[in-house]
Ligand binder design. Structure first.
Ligand SMILES: Cc1ncc(COP(=O)(O)O)c(C=O)c1O
Length: 304
């Protein structure tokens, strides 16, 4: 079933045909802005407050003065989600495919120069539509990944913690994956440690212990990553954040990626090396199941 996206710009609804931003918007001209990708399961915005908090933390680094408060942004997300249900005549409590929310805050309209002082007001765009889950096969057989020669940006450059509108490095890395027919590419940081994938965080299991690179190694502080670490803790799975090397990846017993869109997805091949047994591992499976369960109960209700 095709659906119509619900879109608001600075609080006003627009049809998909009329939802436009200026060519002088600095998000468009320079990637000067931040964004979030969020899922709605049923009527719950999964970890809505955590996403909005990260949006504001990203904005702080770029010194983007978001006009709205965190509470107002969350209200706007709820409002556009309700609008989506209304225009598509869908009862969200009758769980279909989840919704996907894209929240964008750009520096706003300025002139052709870089100077952010020329942009008097940030722009908040919220887009809501259905999202399809990835094919079941990914979750059963696991993904094939490659490493990329594109280095994660250094922390003293555009910090990888910032979910900015500049994803050019991620796109270059994704091209490396495409060239090798791989699902994703893995970034190293400037010191040679594993950072993350192009749009997902990475975990390994080694001798029963769950390990993921620390954010300071160039990983986005993923909301799914955070959830998985909490679920590991709750389920008594030893876990820690630690440097991960290429050799650690190759010798891992299990490997998986986490992200809002992908959720928890096993990895069974990296650079032609089989990871573990070559099949989805038991800890990966346990966390996949626990994560799906968590999405059914955790989240900000769209209808108060
Ligand atoms: C570079 C990058 N790393 C990791 C993630 C996963 O983060 P989250 O679990 O919050 O979606 C994303 C997706 O937002 C991303 O763009």
């Amino acid at each position: 079933m095709t659906t119509t996206p619900a879109i608001s710009i600075n609080g006003t609804f627009f049809s998909p045909e009329d939802a436009r931003v200026s060519v002088f918007d600095h998000g468009f001209l320079y990637g000067d802005g931040v964004f979030e990708g969020i899922r709605v399961y049923g009527t719950r915005i999964f970890r809505g407050e955590r996403h909005v908090r990260r949006l504001f933390r990203s904005a702080k680094v770029l010194d983007l003065k978001i006009v709205q408060t965190q509470e107002e942004v969350l209200e706007e997300i709820k409002k556009v989600s309700r609008k989506w249900a209304e225009i598509n005549n869908v009862d969200l409590s009758n769980n279909g495919d989840p919704l996907y929310i894209r929240v964008i805050v750009s520096r706003g309209d300025g002139d052709l120069g870089l100077d952010p002082r020329k942009c008097p007001q940030t722009k908040l765009v919220v887009i809501v539509d259905r999202i399809k889950l990835y094919p079941k096969e990914h979750y059963e057989k696991g993904l094939t990944l490659v490493t990329t020669a594109i280095t994660r940006t250094r922390p003293d450059s555009l910090p990888p913690q910032v979910k900015s509108l500049n994803y050019a490095c991620n796109i270059l890395a994704k091209m490396d994956a495409n060239r090798e027919n791989a699902a994703e590419a893995i970034f190293f940081n400037h010191m040679g440690y594993v950072a993350e994938a192009t749009a997902d965080n990475i975990f390994i299991v080694s001798e029963g212990e769950l390990i993921t690179p620390p954010v300071s190694d160039g990983a986005l502080p993923g909301i799914t990553r955070e959830t998985v670490l909490q679920l590991a803790e709750k389920n008594g799975i030893p876990n820690r954040e630690a440097h991960v090397t290429l050799a650690d990846l190759y010798n891992a017993d299990e490997c998986f990626l986490t992200g809002t869109a992908a959720r928890v997805v096993p990895v069974t091949t990296i650079n032609s090396r089989t990871i573990g047994t070559g099949e989805r591992g038991p800890i990966t499976y346990q966390l996949m199941e626990a994560y799906v369960k968590r999405t059914e109960t955790d989240g900000v209700l769209i209808y108060d």
